[in-house]
Design a protein around this ligand. Structure first.
Ligand code: BT5
Length: 351
């Protein structure tokens, strides 16, 4: 599928969107753009190749179906309310890994807020060389370049910043509040819970988001730094939006889920990623301006595992104890049988 548009195609699309309630004749378009009807027809053909659903009637003209807009950079950018995240988007139908691509862009000097988005990944990455299943046409795979002026040791806190942003985005789509934000652009998002079976949303330390105890999103933070300063951080986010269980390998079907599986209906990936970028930007700015405490509080609000017995698989050992929450640095606090409280900096948690 074609993923880039010329400026004329973008202008035609804007007009088609504005006039989507009725047909626009080839003649009217030709007059509006000062080009022949054949040229218009060619542009429309190119726009259709991008996945836009345009009805063409020889008698009436062209009409765009707004209900079925393709997932691409142009749609993600239109009406995006952020100041810098997603202002520049590099979009791919298929890519190895958005994190790897973002790293290359960052190394070449891409600005803070530059994002990579893909419809599918061939080598989607989890932590420690694990694989992130990334089927096409259903989910969100995006990587955001950040250049925070913080000491490198604090970088893991950014995973928690992103986790709060993802959890908040999911929460908004489950039950959107009548906030001013929803009045501006991302309106008409119906509550996902209607007819669905969403019971709870939780964060799992350090990088998972769970819906009804199954993984719905994961975050992979990577960094390039000197001893005392960060060159860039890549926040990679994968959210299972409209994926069905069948799109996953057998062994993941019990532990993974999607918003659609839990809520019982499709969701607009465009609306979702726009909200996600806005929430990420808001939490990132809050973190830079006010420190980690606000993030810690918000994250703790989604941490439903507090007080539960947890097992932490680390590189060389397993630690067990009661999950207490996170400390001021973002480390997991675990009360071991002896009563000692251990700070966990890395590892995989099972409850
Ligand atoms: C993660 O790793 O959860 C981080 C996932 C980050 C993915 C994004 S997508 C955009 C960006 N580009 C990339 O290449 N990556 C990032 P981890 O905690 O290691 O979890 C990996 C484990 O989750 C796997 O071993 C599976 O058990 C499970 N898993 C794999 N694919 C999944 C999926 N689509 N949904 C839910 N669970 C999945």
């Amino acid at each position: 599928m074609k993923t880039n548009t010329t400026s004329t195609e973008q202008a035609i699309l804007r007009l088609l969107k504005k006039e989507s309630h009725s047909y626009l004749s080839g003649q009217a378009l030709s007059k509006a753009f000062g080009i022949s009807r054949t040229a218009i027809w060619k542009h429309i053909k190119a726009i259709k190749e991008m996945g836009y659903d345009i009805e063409a009637s020889p008698a009436k003209g062209y009409r765009l179906n707004l209900q079925n807009l393709p997932f691409n950079a142009l749609e993600i950018s239109s009406n995006l309310k952020t100041a810098f995240i997603g202002k520049d988007i590099s979009f791919y139908e298929e890519i190895e890994s958005t994190n790897d691509a973002a790293k290359e862009f960052a190394a070449k000097g891409a600005k803070e807020g530059f994002t990579v988005v893909a419809d599918s990944q061939k080598k989607g990455k989890g932590r420690l060389g694990r694989r992130w299943e990334s089927p096409a046409g259903a989910n969100i795979y995006t990587s955001v370049i950040l250049r925070p002026d913080i000491p490198p040791v604090f970088a893991p806190q950014l995973t928690l910043v992103a986790a709060v942003a993802v959890a908040e985005t999911i929460a908004k789509f489950l039950n959107p509040p009548a906030s001013p934000f929803f009045k501006g652009g991302i309106k008409d998002v119906p509550p996902l819970t209607e007819g669905g079976r969403v019971e709870f949303l939780s964060v799992k330390w350090p990088n998972d988001i769970l819906l009804n105890s199954k993984k719905v999103a994961g975050i992979l933070t990577e960094m390039s730094s000197e001893m005392d300063r960060i060159n860039f951080v890549i926040i990679g986010i994968g959210v299972n939006v409209n994926m069905t269980k069948k799109m996953l390998p057998e062994e993941l079907r019990q532990i993974a889920t999607s918003l659609k599986e839990e809520a019982g209906r499709e969701l607009s990936r465009i609306n979702f990623i726009q909200t996600l970028y806005l929430n990420l930007e808001t939490w990132y700015k809050r973190y830079l301006n006010h420190g980690f405490e606000l993030v810690r509080k918000a994250w703790t609000g989604y941490f439903t595992m507090a007080g539960k017995w947890a097992k932490i698989q680390q590189m060389d050992k397993i630690v067990e104890g009661i999950a207490m929450g996170i400390d001021n640095d973002g480390a997991l606090l675990l009360q071991e049988k002896s009563g000692n409280i251990t700070r966990i900096i890395s590892g995989d948690v099972t409850i």
